[in-house]
Design a binder for this molecule. Structure first.
Ligand code: PHE
Length: 374
């Protein structure tokens, strides 16, 4: 039974007999009518460009169950009288081809329009400036470490690192600082809770002198960069943590001259060829004799200014010849061996060299400060 789903083309709901058409000419004319309807509707849809309506239109014409073509096949072809069948078949095929070609063209048009819309949506404007990610720089402390390491590596030292959590033995005893020794006072430190005084945050990098000599026979030539901790009250030049670099050279024939020459070489490399060095007597339990190494003021060149408090000299670091008592702790032969050691405050050196007056700014990560050291 024909279904009445295409009310706008009533003729296809009837057979040719019902329509009173009995000649091939009439058949051809009927197909031309349908074709005209189709062309007209395609044109209307092209003007409106509504994809949903287009989908319904497609179904109405090509739907398998009750589309126009199916109805024509049922009502006009299958129901045709025998002598009309060939012409009806021919005309139906032509109509089908026409409809399919038109629909295919329309489908391409729709796809192209969708592509174009997507392209417009996703278009990349190559003239826009790109996203620039800011690249950081090495922190001024890291830069200073690298400079110090460069200098000492160039004269045969190698770099070792050690633990920040130490035992009193390595931090004090083996460095010839027995319990109750007054030298412990200015290195009062942080003990780790719950370890009954067995672990502390190292107050200097000197424990690595001991750890290295325990493991290694002379010659020893090491530097030790690292963080150290002291219970200091924070102010513009003190914090609870700061950075050191330790140095140790031990061999069978190291003299005070080697010590002095190394120190002078370092000072010239670090501060420039004009810098002069001065050794002042000092005291450390693990060196004997001990010295404070001063350099001519890098600001005034030694004539005196505010930076050097008008003395012409700047204190750089502590150092000295290794105290033979220390060799006893690491089973080195104090009769045959000698050496020197030094311990530098890296933050101090950086502040001095770059004219930084406040220690805290080194650790506040304010890019306005950091950017000044690209
Ligand atoms: N460890 C000492 C300090 O932190 C510095 C030092 C190291 C002195 C090595 C002499 C030799 O003050």
């Amino acid at each position: 039974m024909p279904r009445k789903t295409v009310p706008d083309i009533p003729i296809i709901e009837k057979t040719f007999t019902e329509l009173g058409d009995s000649t091939p000419e009439r058949v051809v004319a009927r197909f031309a009518e349908v074709r005209q309807r189709f062309d007209q509707q395609v044109a209307e849809h092209s003007a409106r460009k509504d994809p949903e309506e287009w989908r319904i239109f497609l179904l109405r014409w090509t739907g398998r169950k009750s589309g126009v073509l199916t109805q024509i096949s049922d009502n006009w072809l299958k129901a045709a009288r025998k002598e009309l069948k060939p012409i009806v078949g021919q005309e139906l095929n032509k109509l089908k081809a026409h409809v399919e070609a038109a629909l295919e063209e329309k489908r391409r048009e729709i796809e192209a329009a969708a592509d174009e819309a997507a392209m417009a949506r996703d278009r990349v404007d190559l003239s826009l400036p790109g996203v620039q990610r800011e690249i950081g720089t090495r922190h001024i402390i890291r830069q200073t470490y690298q400079e110090l390491e460069r200098i000492f590596l160039s004269i045969g030292f190698s770099v070792v690192e050690g633990p920040e959590i130490e035992t009193p033995y390595y931090n004090f005893e083996a460095l010839n600082i027995p319990e109750h020794h007054p030298a412990r006072d200015n290195m009062d430190t942080f003990y780790i809770e719950g370890t009954r005084g067995e672990h502390l945050l190292r107050t200097h990098t000197s424990p690595m002198q001991i750890r290295t000599m325990e493991k290694q026979q002379p010659p020893v030539r090491i530097i030790v960069p690292g963080k150290v901790y002291r219970r200091d009250n924070p102010d513009s030049t003190h914090g609870y943590m700061f950075h050191q670099i330790e140095g140790l050279a031990v061999d069978t024939d190291i003299t005070f001259c080697d010590f002095k020459g190394t120190v002078e070489y370092f000072v010239r490399e670090f501060l420039g060829p004009k810098a002069k060095t001065r050794l002042r007597p000092s005291y450390f339990p693990f060196t004997e004799p001990s010295a404070e190494v001063d350099a001519t003021c890098h600001v005034c060149g030694g004539s005196g200014c505010r930076v050097c408090k008008f003395s012409g000299w700047i204190e750089l670091f502590g150092a000295g010849m290794v105290n033979p008592a220390v060799y006893g702790f690491v089973k080195y032969d104090a009769e045959k061996l000698s050496g020197f050691a030094f311990g530098m405050g890296v933050d101090r050196l950086a502040m001095m060299k770059y004219g930084i007056t406040e220690l805290p700014v080194l650790f506040q990560n304010d890019v306005r400060f950091l950017r000044q050291f690209p």
